[in-house]
Design a protein around this ligand. Structure first.
Ligand SMILES: [Ca+2]
Ligand SMILES: [Ca+2]
Ligand SMILES: [Zn+2]
Ligand SMILES: [Zn+2]
Length: 532
């Protein structure tokens, strides 16, 4: 069986391994054998067993180390491993082979797909989640403490960004749950050696070797399905080249937690070996195709290709300044990691600049995806015509449109509910809203109107009203928010052509005015008279 799935067969093999290794590794019973051969066997037999290349129960007991090394099963295992590791295929233990057996890696098994095409490997069958919204909790934090170890804030950030890699290319939505009385789908925890009381959960091995492992969804482990365990003896780091990069390891393990097995493609994220810190890391194509086989595409997928041009049509005169520049926008929202900007009947999508130094945290200005004239919002979200006041993506991944006293809720690009009439309620939900954002940090939706802000709890329906200057202390009382959104952990409040940016504690970073179009959307810095 592949990955960490409950399987009686694999447990049986572990027991057999202990017996066989004694027989085979005892030179007293066998023909003369070199120390090197013995060392190679001691290293490779448990390794091949652990990673699924060889079941030692298949090797006849009583074989000498030399006979074992020369046996067809063993040589086949070595060749298969060498193919997976992308080193010369010799069928014998070479120096490269030893290096790759010692190199830090994921503890899950390498699977041997029946076809020999280098590619992603989906666990297949029912080894997937049968829902699109998944919850996770970071149960504990690394206890290894060096000056350069990840901080708790960095762990939380890296985990969020690792999930985002996968949610950006699928319909999946991940929600962090802090309350430890609530059962979640994916638990992430750090542990050393024997680290859980779960029967069959393999022990970790101290620093080096195995870095982490994860459990395939729906694979018979009960609550442990989909969980991710990190070896707490590793020195996990954040955005530096030393130590083990936590973001990369987490992103890989989440791949397993979603139902991917290892890929033999060296440049994929699901390749078993650690690659360390990679600045501006993007999900490789192999992994993207793999996860989309299981869950489908992100309905808002933004192509990184230039917009298609239709041959034969007359080219439109170039617009000097796109209509979204230097103007008051209707609404702005972060939807699955892409910024969507709404004005009149049009919308524009902007994606992060993957080549920017700050990627994935800060990549301003963003890169426009749609033509300057925009695309019709109605073509994307049926029933949504011009004049939307506020748009935001809710915790459950649904998208809410607000206009006057009406509310639409979309699941992907499909209308899920609405338009429903927002009725006056005793709890004080505002009747007209001019801007809205969903705050992942406190789970509240911020609704803006005039000098007021309402904090709305989507689950309980509770509303809390405050003045803008009380909620955002540095903000001037004349600020009127027309659009608002949360992007990479910061709140952006847009007032006409200008914007203010607030951190987790609602401290406003830029108290002075800053042009939204120029700084965030990449509009031309000078503003000649508009030509339309
Ligand atoms: Ca779980
Ligand atoms: Ca380890
Ligand atoms: Zn793995
Ligand atoms: Zn474990």
């Amino acid at each position: 069986m592949e990955g960490y799935r409950r399987s009686k067969a694999s447990l049986r093999h572990v027991i057999v391994l202990v017996l066989c290794s004694c027989l085979m590794l005892n030179p007293a019973h066998s023909a003369p054998v070199s120390d090197n051969e013995l060392a190679d066997l001691r290293l490779s037999l448990p390794f091949f067993e652990k990673y699924g290349y060889l079941s030692t129960s298949n090797i006849e007991p009583g074989k000498t180390p030399g006979e074992t090394l020369g046996s067809e099963q063993f040589q086949r295992a070595v060749s298969e491993f060498q193919r997976y590791a992308n080193i010369d295929i010799t069928g014998t233990i070479t120096e490269d082979t030893r290096v790759m057996m010692i190199k830090p890696r994921c503890g899950n098994k390498d699977t041997q797909p029946n076809n020999r095409v280098r590619r992603y490997n989906v666990a297949g069958g029912n080894y997937r989640w049968n829902k699109e919204t998944l919850t996770y909790r970071i149960v504990n934090f690394p206890t290894m403490r060096k000056a350069s170890s990840v901080s708790e804030v960095q762990v939380r950030h890296d985990v969020r960004m690792a999930f985002k890699l996968w949610s950006d290319v699928t319909p999946l939505v991940f929600i962090e749950v802090h309350d430890d009385t609530v059962e979640v789908d994916i638990e992430l925890k750090f542990g050393s050696r024997v680290h859980t009381s779960v029967y069959g959960d393999p022990a970790f091995d101290g620093e080096g070797g195995t870095l982490a492992h994860a459990f395939t969804p729906n694979s018979g482990w009960g609550k442990t399905n989909g969980d991710v365990h990190f070896d707490d003896d590793e020195h996990f780091t954040h955005k530096i080249y030393s130590g083990v990069n936590l973001f990369y390891t987490t992103a890989h393990e989440i791949g397993h937690a979603l139902g991917l097995d290892h890929s033999d493609q060296r440049n994929s994220l699901m390749w078993p070996w650690d690659k360390g810190y990679i600045p501006n890391f993007r999900l490789p194509l192999d992994d993207k195709l793999g996860i989309q086989v299981v869950y489908g595409k992100n309905p808002f997928q933004v192509s990184t290709d230039p917009p298609p041009t239709t041959p034969g049509t007359t080219t439109q005169p170039p617009i000097l300044i796109p209509p979204y520049c230097n103007t008051t926008l209707d609404a702005v929202a972060d939807i699955r990691g892409n910024l969507m900007v709404f004005k009149d009947e049009n919308m524009w999508r902007f994606r992060p600049n993957y080549n920017s130094e700050g990627y994935p945290d800060r990549t301003f200005p963003l890169v426009p995806v749609d033509p300057d004239i925009g695309i019709l919002t109605e073509q994307f979200f049926r029933g949504i015509k011009q004049g939307m006041k506020a748009v935001y993506e809710r915790q459950d991944g649904r998208i809410v449109f607000l206009k006057a006293r009406k509310k639409w809720i979309f699941q992907g690009t499909t209308l899920y509910e609405g338009p429903v009439r927002v009725s006056p309620s005793p709890d004080g939900y505002p009747l007209t809203v001019y801007a809205a954002l969903y705050n992942k940090d406190d789970g509240k939706t911020y609704l803006f109107k005039g000098s007021k802000v309402w904090l709305y709890d989507e689950l309980t329906g509770q509303v809390q009203r405050s003045s803008i200057t009380k909620k955002f202390k540095d903000l001037h009382s004349t600020v009127r928010v027309n659009s608002a959104f949360m992007f990479y952990g910061h709140k952006f409040l847009v007032d006409g052509p200008d914007y203010y940016e607030a951190d987790v504690a609602n401290n406003v970073a830029n108290v002075g005015k800053r042009n939204f179009g120029v700084n965030i959307l990449g509009c031309p810095p000078t503003t000649p008279p508009q030509s339309y």
